[in-house]
Every structure is written in structure tokens, then in C-alpha cells.
Design a protein around this ligand. Structure first.
Ligand SMILES: Nc1ncnc2c1ncn2[C@@H]1O[C@H](COP(=O)(O)OP(=O)(O)OP(=O)(O)O)[C@@H](O)[C@H]1O
Ligand SMILES: [Mg+2]
Length: 268
């Protein structure tokens, strides 16, 4: 299978935020949600973002994806300022049920982002490849409403992969799934990420999931939020749901993140 990672210099980071500030207007007026965020995400890196509910994880993802304006500092994607959604950055949201079109087959849902840009044979090839990556090649002619929740989420992920993005921004993509489906999708995502070298920024509430999947875990803390913990996860790959999670290194890292999350809550 082809390697999707973009061909630009590996030395250019995927994202750089310097002293990023984001202010949102609520019922009580303007709120500074994120402040003093300094962050560099390398190409091909898998970075998870944790933090208490309401701390600003989705907001940070939206800023990286060019869907939310900042109020201060800088955000750069592939060394260019982010002003609107960057072309090769794709966002996967938690709520798959609203992102799939019920009147289109799985194959045609996966084609949505590329059908106007490629010839029919190219598009068919990309769709087949993406469906194979997420193990849904047998369901290409089904309709989304006939699939389980986990399968529908895989369709959304296949659609993102078919676009061959340099960067996947994922907001709690497995949050609504049962434990077994979640574990299986974690392993599929991990495999695809290694194969394609796609940069992934992954928002989750699940500490185990973050440590298991990532090269790096960030914990947002405080109000306004800043990066309270930036922890390298040096676990060997490929990872395994049983042996990795039993290793002393995994348990020590999980411990560090739990402590950081507790600290975040006390100061929330
Ligand atoms: N569109 C909006 N307008 C005004 N305030 C908002 C908006 N969206 C979010 N907020 C506020 O910004 C803060 C951060 O919200 P955000 O959705 O980024 O948090 P989160 O960390 O993703 O939370 P969760 O874990 O519950 O998804 C919250 O205090 C929220 O009330
Ligand atoms: Mg959120």
C-alpha cells in the first residue's frame, strides 16, 4: 500500500503554536479559553490531547483545523499561517451518525471528499484502498444505517483516509463505542498511522487510550487552559492491547498522566 505522508521536508513541523490564545464569547461575555499554548507537532507524530471537560480540547483542535479563529499568538500548519481549513488537514468528529449521508452507499460516502477531484477509476481505487485499511471492503455496497456504530465510525475514518490527508484531527472518535469495538478501531488506526505516516492529533477522555496510541500525550490544565503536561510515550511499536498494557513502562506512563489529570481537576 502506498505511503501517504506528504513529501515535504520532514524537518518542517506539522503544526506550531506560539503563545496561542483563544477567546470565545459566552452568555456572560468573552472568555479566554486557551492562553499561552506553545506546541509543536512533528510530521508523522501521533499526539493525544487530554484535559477535563470544558478545558478547551475541542477548541484547540478547531483552531488547528482552521475552524476557529485565535485571539492571540501564532498557529502555523506546514509552516504557513492557518487562515481557514488547510487543504491537507481532515477532521473526524465524534458524531459519525450526522456526518454520513444515509442515501449514499458506504462506497459513495467514502468517495464524498474526492469524487469531484479525481477521475472515476482513481476515485474507485482510493475508496477501495481506504475501505481495506479499515476492514470494510465487504460492506462497500451497504448503506450506513444498516451498519453498527463501530462500522459507521470506520466509514467516516475511511472517508478521511481516502483524502490522503497529511494530518488527521480526531475529536473523541471512539468515545461512543463499546470497549471491544474501541480496542479494535484503536489497533486499526495505529496500523494505518504507521503505514501512512499521517500526523494525528487525537482528543480523548480516555487516559489508557491516549497512552496506548500516542507518541506524545498533552494534558490541558487551568482556566484558561495551558499545556500542563507534555509527555513523550516511548513505548515500542507495534503496540498490543494485552502485552503493552501489562508492561511496567506503560503503567508508569499511565500513572504520570493520571496524576497530571488530577492536578488539572483540582485547579479547574
Ligand atoms: N461556540 C462556543 N461559544 C462560546 N463558548 C464556547 C463555545 N464552544 C465552547 N465554548 C466554551 O469553551 C470552553 C471549552 O470548550 P471545549 O468544547 O473546547 O472543551 P472540551 O475540552 O472539548 O470539553 P469536552 O471534554 O466536554 O468535550 C467551555 O468552557 C465552553 O463552554
Ligand atoms: Mg470536546
Amino acid at each position: 500500500m502506498p505511503v501517504h505522508a506528504d513529501q515535504k521536508s520532514a524537518a518542517v513541523p506539522s503544526f506550531t503554536c506560539e503563545n496561542l490564545q483563544v477567546t470565545l464569547v459566552g452568555a456572560a461575555g468573552a472568555n479566554v479559553i486557551l492562553d499561552g499554548i506553545d506546541l509543536t507537532v512533528a510530521r508523522g507524530e501521533f499526539v493525544s490531547v487530554l484535559g477535563p471537560s470544558g478545558s478547551g480540547k475541542t477548541t484547540l483542535l478547531r483552531v488547528l483545523g482552521g475552524l476557529q479563529e485565535k485571539s492571540g499568538g501564532t498557529v502555523r500548519s506546514a509552516d504557513a499561517p492557518v487562515e481557514g481549513p488547510p487543504a491537507d488537514v481532515v477532521t473526524v468528529f465524534q458524531d459519525y451518525s450526522h456526518s454520513l449521508l444515509p442515501w449514499r452507499s458506504v462506497r459513495r460516502n467514502v468517495a464524498l471528499g474526492i469524487e469531484s477531484k479525481l477521475t472515476k477509476p482513481e476515485c474507485a481505487e482510493r475508496v477501495a484502498e481506504a475501505l481495506t485499511m479499515v476492514g470494510l471492503q465487504e460492506s462497500a455496497d451497504e448503506y450506513p444505517w444498516r451498519l453498527s456504530g463501530g462500522m459507521q465510525q470506520r466509514v467516516q475514518i475511511a472517508r478521511a483516509l481516502a483524502m490522503r490527508p497529511s494530518v488527521l484531527l480526531m475529536d473523541e472518535p471512539f468515545g461512543a463505542l463499546d470497549a471491544m469495538t474501541k480496542a479494535s478501531l484503536q489497533d486499526q488506526l495505529q496500523r494505518v498511522q504507521e503505514l501512512t505516516g499521517t500526523t494525528v492529533v487525537f482528543v480523548t477522555h480516555d487516559i489508557e487510550e491516549a497512552v496506548y496510541l500516542s507518541h506524545r500525550v498533552l494534558v490541558l490544565e487551568g482556566r484558561p487552559a495551558h499545556v500542563g503536561l507534555d509527555l513523550a510515550i516511548g513505548l515500542p511499536s507495534p503496540r498490543d492491547q494485552i502485552t503493552t498494557k501489562e508492561s511496567p513502562e506503560y503503567l508508569a506512563l499511565r500513572h504520570r498522566v493520571y496524576e497530571a489529570m488530577g492536578h488539572g481537576k483540582r485547579h479547574a
